[in-house]
Design a protein around this ligand. Structure first.
Ligand SMILES: C[S@@+](CC[C@H](N)C(=O)[O-])C[C@H]1O[C@@H](n2cnc3c(N)ncnc32)[C@H](O)[C@@H]1O
Length: 268
């Protein structure tokens, strides 16, 4: 790989307003893939920006005012997990399409999926988006440690501050979860609606992640329609592929269907 071309590639992506906060490691790994496939740097940059849009940018409602959100959250958190804090978290979750479509089912989602599990004291949240803002709805242990990962640095910085404000231990980190999947043992792992995005970069990512994640329980989900609202037989296709991938695993798998999300709960 021509390191000069890779440096120019990274510089070109980071120069764009939309992608200036994407983890550099992730851009470098996209660069190695795309520079090998395309004849010019310009073409590789263009294809990569399209890809970044599909796997991340398209879900976000423009630039997020994280600083003012933190002021609001500090103010609202004076009453822990009170109504004001929940209202603020819901308003903020609406800025990311994935959490926005979960808002109408927020209460039932965590009750149905988590309430009958053994106590949850450690959690990883892969390709988290703004999902940690739903912590106030989750039945977690009092001293839970929550570890969240996404490619956006500004988002994970914000989530670190958010967790400090609501007194949750753990951290959020910007990284490519395909290359740097956490391996520490946890009670629960979330990988919500992430697989279609991860597979756009690496077709074998799902099996690798399912095998590597060191969790007693995994909550894996798929969207039931595209961002544009089309169904296109999506849930059936995702389910068939998922079942094929886990067919030879000796895991217990339960299926849950919500209005906006198809969920599988795995006990390893
Ligand atoms: C469809 S959204 C799901 C967000 C969240 N899990 C939820 O369901 O609310 C996909 C998220 O994956 C993140 N993402 C995509 N590729 C990633 C990668 N290789 N490593 C870490 N995060 C990634 C995107 O930035 C985006 O926030």
């Amino acid at each position: 790989m021509d390191t000069n071309a890779l440096d120019q590639f990274v510089e070109a992506i980071l120069a764009s307003r939309k992608y200036k906060n994407v983890s550099q490691d992730f851009i470098e790994s996209l660069g190695s893939q795309e520079l090998a496939k395309h004849r010019s740097l310009k073409e590789a940059v263009k294809v990569t920006k399209n890809k970044l849009h599909q796997i991340g940018g398209a879900y976000l409602e423009g630039e997020i005012p994280y600083e003012s959100w933190l002021d609001e959250l500090r103010d609202a958190s004076q009453q822990q997990y009170g109504e004001r804090l929940r209202q603020s978290c819901m308003r903020m979750m609406a800025y990311h399409a994935s959490t926005r479509e979960r808002l109408p089912i927020l209460e039932q989602f965590y009750t149905i999926l988590l309430a009958d599990l053994p106590p949850i004291n450690t959690v990883i949240d892969l390709a988290c988006g703004l999902h940690p803002l739903a912590i106030p709805w989750m039945p977690l242990g009092e001293y839970v440690q929550y570890y969240a990962y996404d490619i956006y640095k500004d988002m994970t910085n914000f989530l670190n501050d958010f967790m400090a404000i609501i007194n949750i231990q753990g951290y959020a980190q910007s990284c490519d979860v395909i290359k740097s999947c956490p391996t520490h043992h946890v009670d629960l792992a979330f990988m919500l609606k992430a697989i279609p995005c991860l597979e756009q970069v690496d077709k074998s990512a799902t099996l690798h992640l399912l095998d590597t994640i060191n969790a007693d329980h995994l909550i894996i989900s798929f969207p039931v329609h595209s961002l544009g609202g089309r169904k296109k037989g999506m849930p059936a296709n995702y389910e068939a592929r998922f079942r094929e991938l886990v067919a030879h695993k000796n895991w217990s798998i339960e299926r849950f269907e919500f209005a906006s999300e198809l969920v599988f709960r795995i006990a390893k």
